[in-house]
Design a protein around this ligand. Structure first.
Ligand code: ADP
Ligand code: MG
Length: 618
């Protein structure tokens, strides 16, 4: 039962603690909630109407972290102490980013290894996770200040192309910041939710999300079906965004006024002044025809027309990405039902126009493009809080799901972190002749032996018609639906016999337990591999013995006594090795048995073929 408390800011009764939605951006971050009174997604704003917090961290002389606008001011004076674009480093090793180090004005540590990067500030080292946690903690504090209530639970958004490591790093950053991250949601999914898409279970739509932020461009194509979002394709350019618009303007001014680019770039303060003025010009031109500003004594002008020409090649690049995204999803422009504009840079009118023209559609731009992701995160948070029971949850599987196979091994069907809904199937067969039933035991976890994982369910597929071992085709299918419910079906394909069971994989598992299971799988990885190898060797040996004995029985009349004796001895030897439990020796014994049986097996086979041919009448 949740505590009942009164929200001092809004005066309304709050049953449960509020779950906030966070857009942790490369350039800007912000928080949104579902307003307790209006029930509408709302961005949290400071008293001055400010919602965006620049994702910038400045470390002062005593290593105290300052975040946001104050930190942004330090960019030009103390570049070594001012960290920006941390998001680009999340889950990355030095190998991943070594070609881009020129981009960072601070010190990204080169230990030239595959381990994760660190940032050095003075004497101290920070991981991207820690740095992101500073931003998240600042957002948490601001939210608490505005809401006058503790904030400990959040939904955080990430780009659709983020891999497991990057998503996990984001979760960890939240944890470090004192936030329980209930879910990591794809940014384009959040943007769609903000526009009310996916809220109707009966709707099927294909959506293009065009997200042009400060330093990155992300193009995603999503399909919603029955309230479930599926990412069909992602494309984009991680080094293309509004910053490039600014740079294009600076270069234009330099050329137009016959200034020396080299000199300006050398003087960091001068360059930063140009960058700031160019951004101002760009923003101004989103609503005006021309701009005039000064640096020192000199005046700089730019018209909307000139600006549009400048960014034309950059726009073309983004349109190429759109084309590629469509191609990857095997779709054409006509297949797209909705186009959503996301990211501060889509405030530029020509950007909207170009995208609209490309898709031949009016684009969705009624919400603030730099707020829309956070708004969608708030909607997702509300769904998780159980305030909107109508809606399905969008999730990934926290742990791998699989079944037990020979020797107690875990055979994984759905790996952890799979998007749900998710399905997989695999074929199995029987071990014994005439076997009429097969036991399907379902497990969750990362270890190689099922005994170390968590058993979710077990059932028997019975009534398999009598067939020789290995002949029945038993297809086991896993389907995790959007509610996180796992449906396991076993079907014998030759007879059509079928049996299924429903399980709730996450039921009763706390976050801590999930974490422990993951940790265990890492610490025990070596041991697990050894055990798996041994179990597999034993299984192979048992099958080998079984087959050989059957062969002896069937063909004893055509084998010599010597052959039979040698084979029996080799089998005994193999059986002994199986109890000794050394995988290499088991393999040697298998080899030995194989060497003895192979010549007569081939001979018997040839004779069989020969007589079959002889019997054929022409
Ligand atoms: P990110 O997703 O990368 O954190 P945002 O979505 O907040 O970034 O977009 C930031 C970019 O949007 C910056 O390059 C900024 O200059 C640009 N931007 C913000 N407002 C405007 C505007 N009115 N016109 C043009 N560009 C804008
Ligand atoms: Mg963004």
């Amino acid at each position: 039962m949740g505590k009942i408390s009164i929200n001092i800011a809004t005066g309304s009764i709050q049953k449960e603690e509020m779950i906030v939605g966070i857009d942790l951006g490369t350039t800007n971050s912000l928080v949104a909630i579902i307003h307790p009174d209006t029930k509408k997604p709302t961005v949290l704003k400071e008293y001055d109407g400010h919602a965006l917090v620049p994702s910038i961290i400045y470390f002062d002389k005593s290593n105290h972290a300052v975040i946001g606008d104050e930190a942004k001011k330090k960019l030009k004076e103390e570049p070594q102490h001012t960290i920006f674009s941390v998001k680009r480093l999340m889950g990355k090793s030095y190998q991943d980013i070594k070609d881009y180090t020129g981009f960072y004005t601070y010190n990204v540590i080169d230990d030239n290894s595959d381990s994760l990067v660190k940032v050095q500030v003075g004497e101290k080292f920070y991981s991207p996770i820690e740095l992101s946690s500073y931003i998240l903690n600042e957002l948490k504090k601001r939210a608490e200040h505005i809401l006058k209530t503790p904030v400990t639970k959040a939904v955080i958004t990430v780009p659709a192309y983020f891999n497991d490591a990057q998503r996990q790093a984001t979760r960890d950053a939240g944890k470090l910041a004192g936030l329980d991250v209930l879910r990591v949601v794809n940014e384009p999914t959040a943007a769609s939710l903000a526009y009310g898409m996916g809220l109707d279970k009966n709707e099927t739509k294909t959506i293009a999300v065009y997200d042009l932020g400060g330093g990155t461009f992300d193009m995603s194509i999503l399909r919603i079906n029955g309230g479930i979002f599926e990412v069909l394709s992602t494309n984009g350019d991680t080094n293309l965004g509004g910053d490039d618009f600014d740079r294009a303007i600076v270069n234009f001014w330099i050329q137009q006024n016959n200034l020396s680019k080299e000199q300006i770039e050398k003087d960091k303060k001068q360059y930063q002044a140009f960058r700031l003025l160019s951004e101002k010009a760009k923003v101004h031109l989103s609503n005006n025809k021309e701009f005039t500003g000064e640096i020192g004594q000199q005046q700089f002008k730019l018209t909307k027309n000139e600006f549009e020409k400048l960014i034309q090649p950059l726009m073309q690049q983004t349109m190429n990405c759109c084309q590629n995204a469509l191609q990857d999803a095997s779709l054409t422009k006509e297949d797209i039902d909705e186009v959503i504009m996301v990211g501060g840079s889509t405030r530029v009118p020509i950007v909207k126009e170009t995208v609209s023209k490309f898709f031949g559609k009016t684009v969705h731009d009624s919400l603030n493009p730099d707020e829309v992701v956070a708004l969608g995160a708030a909607i997702q948070a509300d769904i998780l809080a159980g305030n909107n029971n109508e809606l399905l949850l969008l999730d990934i599987t926290p742990l791998s799901l699989g079944i037990e196979t020979m020797g107690g091994l875990m055979d994984m069907l759905i790996p952890r972190n799979s998007k749900i809904p998710s399905k997989a199937s695999r074929q199995y067969t029987t071990q014994k002749d005439g076997q009429s039933g097969i036991r399907i035991a379902v497990y969750q976890g990362e270890r190689d032996l099922v005994k170390d994982n968590r058993k979710l369910a077990e059932f028997n597929l019975t009534g398999i018609p009598g067939m020789p071992a290995g002949l029945p085709k038993i297809e086991v299918s896993f389907l995790v639906n959007a509610d996180g419910i796992l449906l396991v079906t076993a079907k014998e394909l030759r007879s059509g016999l079928e049996q299924s069971i429903e399980v709730k994989p996450q039921y009763g598992l706390t976050d801590e337990e999930v974490e422990k299971m993951l940790l265990d799988s890492v610490t025990n990885a070596k041991e697990d591999i050894a055990t798996r190898a041994l179990v597999e060797a034993k299984t192979e040996a048992a099958q080998m013995i079984d087959v050989t004995q059957k062969f002896l029985e069937k063909n004893k009349t055509v084998l010599t006594q010597e052959e039979i004796d040698n084979t029996k001895m080799a089998i005994q030897q193999l059986e002994k090795e199986m109890t000794e439990g050394n995988k290499d020796q088991i393999h040697t014994a298998i080899e030995h048995l194989n060497e003895i049986s192979k010549p007569y097996a081939e001979r018997v086979m040839d004779e069989a073929i020969g007589s079959a041919l002889k019997g054929k009448s022409i």
